[in-house]
Design a protein around this ligand. Structure first.
Ligand code: NAD
Ligand code: UFG
Length: 340
């Protein structure tokens, strides 16, 4: 069995990916410092797959811990690096925390990979690297715009660090995945997103409002230059997203002749507005979501959605979960964590 290290594997996207990796026959070791996740996620993974992944509670920015992990697991062949801090607003307040956490963790992994014979790393990047696109939808050749937050900048710098390291001749490969907007939860209701405190992102705020935890959802702006005036995003089901990591890993490890660095957009190819998403949630679940229109949120991008053709063709992967099903899964998970 091929052994994969998943950093940040108890987090939102990480936990769904661990499930898909295990179901595809990979052996998984997780390292997570639990700064933004809960150890109980391991039970959820076990309930779905019947396998409890090996878990190391540790910090990827700590090279001593990491070295010890690689000494213990000398047969790790690939890494998926989810471990990072991800709140855009917080990154503006605490830039040093974001640069240290997101960059030092990546540097440590890249430094140790050749020493321990680890062949490839899949990296979690974001469509935030494109900024506000000149045209939509966008493919991987769209220009990278100056980052509007330290968080976004860590993703741009990380992509450059990976590219420079591999171009320098390091004997490793990488697949950089630019996620659009991951939403939803595992259909089993066993794992999902666990936001700490008041959520910043649309779906957790929406499901908490539907559950009565928040009084109402505020739609940030209805005066954008879009058909209904609200922002447009490419909402991608988290299980579809997780599956892309499995095919990316297979490609990187099993194919000798692929480029050492490859970049893929991971999206559905369809843009949906915030108001359309609220509609879809209400239609799919039959649950009402009280909302008001508020002012625009500073720094928001008006509209962005992907051309996922490269991932569709090269990885043979497609995000095809209907949005209504994704909304039902998000609601099932919200009901589970609020004990409804
Ligand atoms: P998450 O916060 O749920 O998961 C990240 C996990 O990493 C958490 O479990 C956290 O405890 C852990 N972690 C953070 N720093 C660590 C460190 N130094 N050492 C060990 N563990 C550490 O976030 P997520 O939504 O699952 O995102 C995963 C990755 O995908 C991140 O790199 C994020 O930037 C990227 N991404 C997320 C989105 C999104 O909308 N969720 C969009 C684009 C890119
Ligand atoms: N929104 C609301 N009300 C809310 C929350 C969000 O109207 O309470 C709107 C936002 O204005 C935006 C859309 O819903 O138009 C999506 O907002 P999110 O915060 O869910 O997602 P973003 O597109 O702003 O950002 C997300 C991640 C970033 C990542 C980016 C691109 O939070 O980390 O996707 O991958 F960089």
């Amino acid at each position: 069995m091929t052994k994969i290290l998943v950093t940040g594997g108890t987090g939102y996207i990480g936990s769904h990916t661990v499930v898909e990796l295990q179901q595809a026959g990979y052996q998984v070791v997780i390292i997570d410092n639990l700064s933004n996740s809960n150890i109980k996620v391991l039970d959820g993974i076990y309930n779905i797959t019947g396998i409890r992944p090996e878990f190391v509670q540790g910090d990827v920015t700590d090279i001593v811990t990491l070295r010890h992990l690689f000494e213990t697991h000398r047969d790790i062949k690939g890494i998926i690096n989810f471990a990072a801090s991800k709140a855009v607003g917080e990154s503006v307040q605490k830039p040093i925390l974001y640069y240290r956490n997101n960059l030092v963790s990546l540097l440590n992994l890249l430094e140790l990979m050749p020493e321990y014979g680890v062949k490839g790393i899949v990296f979690s990047s974001s469509c935030t690297v494109y900024g506000e696109p000149d045209v939509n939808p966008i493919d991987e050749t769209a220009p990278i715009k100056p980052a509007t937050s330290p968080y976004g900048n860590t993703k741009q710098i990380s992509e450059e660090i990976i590219t420079d390291t591999i171009h320098s001749g390091a004997p490793i490969k990488s697949i950089i995945l630019r996620y659009f907007n991951p939403v939803g939860a595992h259909p089993s209701g066993e794992i999902g997103e666990l936001p700490l405190g008041v959520p910043n992102n649309l779906i957790p705020y929406l499901t908490q409002t539907a559950a009565g935890i928040r009084e109402r959802l505020t739609v940030f702006g209805d005066d954008y230059n879009t058909p209904d005036g609200s922002c447009i995003r490419d909402f991608i089901d988290v299980v579809d997203l997780a599956k892309a990591h499995v095919v990316a890993m297979q490609r990187m490890l099993d194919n000798e002749d692929t480029d050492p660095v490859e970049i893929f957009n991971l999206g559905t190819g369809h843009g949906l507005s915030v108001l359309e998403l609220i509609d879809s949630f209400q239609r799919a679940t039959g649950v009402n979501v009280p909302y008001v229109i508020g002012p625009r949120r500073e720094g928001d991008i008006e509209q962005i959605w992907a051309i996922p053709d490269k991932a569709n063709k090269v990885l043979g992967w497609v995000a095809d979960t209907p949005i209504d099903q994704t909304m039902q899964n998000a609601w099932r998970w919200q009901c589970r964590i609020t004990g409804r």
